[in-house]
Design a protein around this ligand. Structure first.
Ligand SMILES: [Zn+2]
Ligand SMILES: [Zn+2]
Length: 322
């Protein structure tokens, strides 16, 4: 990533405005750049039409910290409820049009952990549920076992059962769509617009686990598969420089190759990027798309600590048509 572009992504602080008054809302930074408290106390028109969008108001709303989920903003919007790194833990998830899980479904790939996670997700009310795996989900990475790099033991039957859990007929009939380096197009609401999403379970190789890749040619080949014409991107890893800071406050552990891919001039359609993996960098920020000021992409690190019951899923409402 060119240094000037990286700097603008790093230091840009989102401006949140009330959709009715356009007054800037107070934001509270929480230690890492760009982490923003929820704006759900703002007044808003619950049935705002696209044509009502006021100049300068971005066609998204983010709810990051809340006790009661804010009401759905209306039929012109699609509510994306984002979680990641649940590692076998289950909790209450607010309703929405689409559920996104950005990987690390399990704790080191144990079958009972995967089973209980999928049963939990099946029971959630969202019409569409989009899942990717993460480095902990070894049972879903059959190549890892072919290469003998697995940390856990599993038979071929175990691998087949794991695959069936996430992409078998029962999963599909429950609205689950498991994405492994692939796209999926769907209507979030009957008769609504079509959304195109792409999901990648990969993350940079700095310890063992599933779906790991080395920086350089391997990373570039994986990230080159991300299409330009998607609306939503789900990756397990953050891009380097965006919500990827480790506890030491200075090390960026995201993927440099992914950061380059999502900042290329052709990648301007994507309005939401959901990821996790770096638990301590949980947060939401926006980045200008293609160095423009008019279009912003919402980036959400939706990792959830199972020790923090007060961390609700990240809700991102996107205006359907802009
Ligand atoms: Zn994790
Ligand atoms: Zn991870």
């Amino acid at each position: 990533m060119p240094s000037d572009k990286k700097a603008s992504a790093l230091f840009r602080i989102p401006v949140w405005r009330c959709v009715e008054t356009q007054e800037q809302l107070p934001g509270i930074l929480q230690g890492y750049f760009g982490i923003q408290r929820c704006n759900c106390n703002a007044t808003f028109s619950p049935e705002m039409n696209p044509s009502d969008a006021l100049p300068g108001v971005q066609p998204y709303r983010v709810h990051f910290e809340y006790t009661t989920p804010p009401p759905h903003p209306g039929s012109s919007w699609t509510r994306w409820v984002c979680i990641s790194d649940t590692h076998g833990h289950t909790f209450t998830v607010p309703d929405g049009d689409v559920l996104v899980h950005a990987g690390d479904l399990t704790s080191w790939g144990k079958m009972n952990s995967l089973d209980s996670t999928i049963q939990w997700i099946k029971g959630l009310p969202h019409r569409t549920k989009i899942l990717v795996a993460g480095n902990h989900d070894e049972l879903l990475d059959s190549k890892l076992f072919e290469d003998g790099l697995n940390n856990i033991e599993a038979t071929e039957d175990d691998l087949a059962r794991a695959a069936d859990l996430v992409k078998g007929p029962e999963a599909l009939s429950s609205g689950i769509h498991y994405l492994e380096y692939e796209s999926y197009e769907f209507q979030a609401k009957p008769g609504g617009r079509t959304w195109k999403v792409y999901g990648s379970p990969g993350s940079p190789q700095y310890s063992g686990g599933g779906f790991r890749y080395f920086q350089g040619k391997e990373a570039d080949a994986i990230n080159a598969r991300i299409p330009a014409d998607i609306d939503v991107l789900i990756t397990h890893t953050p891009p380097e420089g965006t919500l990827d800071t480790l506890r030491n406050g200075s090390t960026h552990a995201g993927c440099g190759s992914l950061a380059i891919r999502v900042s290329r001039p052709d990648f301007t359609r994507c309005r939401l990027h959901v990821f996790g993996h770096i638990h301590e960098a949980r947060g939401v920020t926006t980045v200008p798309v293609n160095c423009g000021e008019e279009i912003e992409r919402v980036c959400a690190n939706a990792a959830k600590s199972h020790r923090r019951a007060d961390q609700p899923p990240v809700i991102v409402d996107l205006l359907d048509d802009i």
